[in-house]
Design a protein around this ligand. Sequence first.
Ligand SMILES: [Zn+2]
Length: 219
Amino acid sequence: MTDHYKVALQILYQLLKEDGQDHWANWIAQDIHLWEHDKSVEHHLRAYGGMGSFNDLPPLNGNATESIWKTQIFGNLQNIAYTLATGGSVQNIIENWDNLLKNNQISSWRCRNCTEAKITQRDIELYIAPKIIADKMLYFIRENRLHEALDILQLIDTPQVQQQRTSLQQLLNNHHIYLNADGNWHCPQCGSAEVCVYRWIIDENNQQINEADDNLPML
Ligand SMILES: [Zn+2]
């Protein structure tokens, strides 16, 4: 039986150490020590809550894609540690993550004045990475191989993942949502400053796209 709490803490420690975040690395090292000796989670739970706390860290270092993937894996490991420390079960984690797997909303940038919409590479990555990572991590949890979680980073450049980016971008292009280097504060089309974050619903097979119903209205 894998001690998922301890394994999650060990990988969190490794990521924090690699990221140069010594304060939190030391904190987690202490958590591991207290767990091994007293089965105590109290110190770990004190890390959460409020600004500058353990669940309010900046994204982890790396190139743009790597940073998104690492930060997502980190967040999922935090979720494992927190859920188990608060008396939840592995089953609870599996159920919670269903939402990550089923998420079908992608964020883009949109001009409310002329309806021009643009997507960034980051938007695409923030859509596909959480799904792939949750799927793989759930597999590792079920197989008692959570200690291999960082191997997920090796998937970033695989043809399968590249294919997901390409097919998603193709779908967006078909819907006249084109790739843009960054989100603009002014519309490059009409110059309006009435730009907003705009969400779209994508179907499971990357075949259809529709406007989400909680967006700001176009002008
Ligand atoms: Zn515009």
